[in-house]
Design a protein around this ligand. Structure first.
Ligand SMILES: [Fe+2]
Length: 295
């Protein structure tokens, strides 16, 4: 009888100890679960639609002073259809218009896998092309959903299809070449055709292409700047780690700025996405501001 109360006391103290530990475990698990649920909700419903608009100043050696400050709104990988509908894309384009860039570059993947994808994409392209000079090249998804829709539809919007061709922009006697090439995976890219008649050493050249893997073959050929999309930045990038899903051989080109063999590259994280999830990889519109290094 004398032992029992002691055991009960001891047991009671033990129970309190265990129950406190359990309580803290439940709290920790609950907090972790709530944190995971919050993160998942953020990655699903917030970040995919939280577009970052920012300036990227890129020095272009030899760029005529007349083009110093020339600004390109790089709007790519809209993937209209799912999850972005026209009502999601339009506010992005409206904001681009207010920035008053000198031109818009759309480096592929207008559409996604849904029947009215091209209808939406071409409608939005028409909206922006009526307000700003807009240059477009195709991506792999534009092929997968019927490239004839791109070939026939893009010119009707007022945008310029730059597949394997170029235009020369002029300011006084100064010139800037805007060129484009076909998609690396599904098209027939032809850089020589795209730059036919251009003096690559003497003229400043901006090249639009879809897949950053293509940079390996076009860098160091007299092209000053390449603008690319395709990767969406990987869409999900755990902190302190590389994005695990980047559809490239050269995964280092997942996002951002590079300069190799005298050619600069900017890879956009894009506006749209394939599945409605982004984490630590916001959609973006980069305003590429060309800077002359001439005195
Ligand atoms: Fe894409």
């Amino acid at each position: 009888m004398t032992d029992k109360p002691e055991q009960e006391n001891s047991g009671s103290g033990g129970k309190r100890k265990i129950s406190r530990r359990r309580f803290l475990t439940y709290v920790a698990l609950g907090a972790a679960g709530a944190g995971m649920a919050t993160t998942a909700a953020y990655a699903r419903w917030v970040e995919p639609f939280w577009v970052e608009y920012h300036d990227v100043h890129i020095p272009i050696p030899g760029l005529p002073l007349e083009f110093d400050g020339f600004t390109i709104a790089h709007v790519t990988d809209l993937h209209c259809g799912i999850p972005l509908r026209g009502e999601d894309v339009r506010p992005v384009l409206e904001r681009v218009v207010t920035r008053k860039p000198d031109m818009v570059a759309v480096t592929g993947d207008l559409v996604n896998k849904i029947h009215d994808s091209y209808d939406i994409a071409l409608g939005e392209l028409k909206y922006i092309a009526e307000k700003l000079p807009t240059y477009v090249i195709p991506g792999n998804h534009d092929y997968w959903e019927g490239i004839e829709n791109f070939v026939i539809g893009v010119p009707k919007t007022g945008a310029v299809d730059l597949t394997n061709r170029h235009l020369v922009l002029k300011r006084g006697n100064a010139e800037l070449v805007i060129a484009g090439i076909d998609d690396l995976w599904e098209g027939r890219p032809d850089l020589d055709a795209a730059l036919k008649g251009i003096d690559r050493d003497a003229q400043s050249i901006i090249l639009l292409l879809h897949n950053p893997d293509h940079f390996i073959t076009v860098r160091g050929t007299g092209i000053d700047l390449v603008l690319a999309g395709h990767t969406h930045g990987g869409q999900v990038k755990p902190p302190f780690m590389k994005a695990p899903l980047v559809p490239l051989r050269n995964t280092k080109y997942a996002r951002g700025f590079f300069r190799e063999f005298g050619t600069s590259l900017y890879v956009s994280r894009g506006v749209g996405m394939l599945r409605q999830v982004r984490f630590n990889c916001r959609p973006e519109v980069a305003y590429i501001v060309l800077r002359s290094t001439n005195q």
